[in-house]
Design a protein around this ligand. Sequence first.
Ligand code: TRP
Ligand code: SF4
Length: 400
Amino acid sequence: MFADRVLSGMRPTGSLHLGHYHGVLKNWIKLQQQYECLFFVADWHALTTHYDTPEIIEQNAWDMVIDWLAAGVDPSQAILFIQSKVPAHAELYLLLSMMTPLGWLERVPTYKDQQEKLSEKDLSTYGFLGYPLLQSADILIYRANLVPVGEDQAPHVEFTREICRRFNHIYGKEPGFEEKAELAIKKLGSKKSKLYAELRTLYQEQGDDNALEEAKSLLNEQQNLSLGDRERLFGYLEGGGKMILIEPEALLTEASKMPGLDGQKMSKSYNNTISLREDPESIRKKIRTMPTDPARVRRSDPGDPAKCPVWQFHVVYSDTQTCDWVQSGCTTAAIGCLECKAPVIDAILAEQAPMIERIKKYEEDPTLVRNIIADGCEKANKLAEDTMRDIREAMGLNYS
Ligand code: TRP
Ligand code: SF4
């Protein structure tokens, strides 16, 4: 129950580009091999800022899933689903809202930032203010302990940790908690209960983190503990009450080195992207017409790769030998810019080839993607329900 679990979501805002691939998807593909992973289309999140253009959601959602699959996200390793098809996210969001201090939401740095950045939109809405809490529900409902995010989203994970602690503090206190916890310890058997008690003391009296970790893995190995006892014993380790929800950790994704065609960050709003499904001829054209060091007016003028966005592409795609060739060729005017761009074009096309291959299959038969998502939604619904049962009980709602 408390094994490592990764959760991440992406808003369906348009077709994905190389920035998404290098910045997010490559990381997901690595994670899916190491952990149980859940990846979802955050369509409700898209509506927090795009509530007035609902027509974009559906097409973008399917296109985005196809792009994930094309990039190598593997539905046999990760659970892929759509947020709005797992309505429990909304139920948890509602329940968490009862105990969320308004000030916590107002202080989330993205709130004011984004309002200012997207000033052409009216974002003084309840949904926009509450969106970090929706994200908390996304994470907490799966008891995911690892959340891969970029730096910009780290405050949302921190906010989620605070919500989680507050929830466990308020709702984890059952009558007779201590007695129940002590009884649960006995059920571990004499040797293990002694070890548990020792490790707990080490942690509580000396702050020994290793002891805490050891005690947690001891609990993880216990097959026949009831769910309630398990939560009690995890909660009892750190004090407080039951740990109904799990505090997640941000897995900070390194900022992508992938620049846009103009050297700025690759982003749809800058119109400097190469999409994952870009036509190869269009890729060639975009790279060939990319700006270079402005000092190279004539072929015979030497240049400086540091002032050239093409160089940034070499940093991402080229081996040392090619990079050396660019450095010396550019600064001595031994190579021309088109010559310099050729290996970049080849590398992008080579990276793209297997994606195009995979996409073909999904474009020919749209039921494939529908089935993958239906299967993922079913699995996600089951996992979410497991947590919701405990939450409803803790909040006094399990009556009929
Ligand atoms: N808010 C994220 C974004 O805009 C998307 C997201 C929604 C998410 N829920 C999440 C990411 C949960 C990680 C975990 O990019
Ligand atoms: Fe840029 Fe290459 Fe031209 Fe130098 S030779 S300016 S690095 S494209």
